[in-house]
Design a protein around this ligand. Structure first.
Ligand SMILES: [Zn+2]
Length: 98
């Protein structure tokens, strides 16, 4: 019997389960007690067709960038260095012109 990887999304429970190809791809999660334990298909072509991995990656990248920006902005306001940052920027611009 082949071994399949199963993962439960809600609780991140992971298990390797041997089963025949005729058995269901969704099992009862021992942690959740729900039918949320699903077979993981490691099939790149299917992922490309769905395009999920790519869009999720881009979304995460965008969020991370926004988070960094807001964090920086928040810190600047908190420390009251917003004006100082602007001055520094102007100074750099002046220097690069020289
Ligand atoms: Zn679970």
């Amino acid at each position: 019997m082949p071994t399949y990887d199963f993962e439960c999304e809600p609780c991140a429970y992971y298990a390797e389960i041997s089963q025949s190809v005729h058995e269901p791809s969704a099992l009862k999660c021992p942690v959740c007690g729900e039918q949320t334990l699903r077979k993981i298909y490691i099939n790149p072509p299917a992922m490309f067709v769905r395009g999920d991995a790519k869009s999720i990656g881009q979304l995460a990248d965008k969020n991370a960038r926004n988070m960094g920006f807001y964090e920086k902005q928040d810190r600047a306001i908190k420390d009251g260095v917003n004006q100082a940052l602007n001055n520094e920027k102007n100074e750099k611009r002046k220097n690069s012109r020289d």
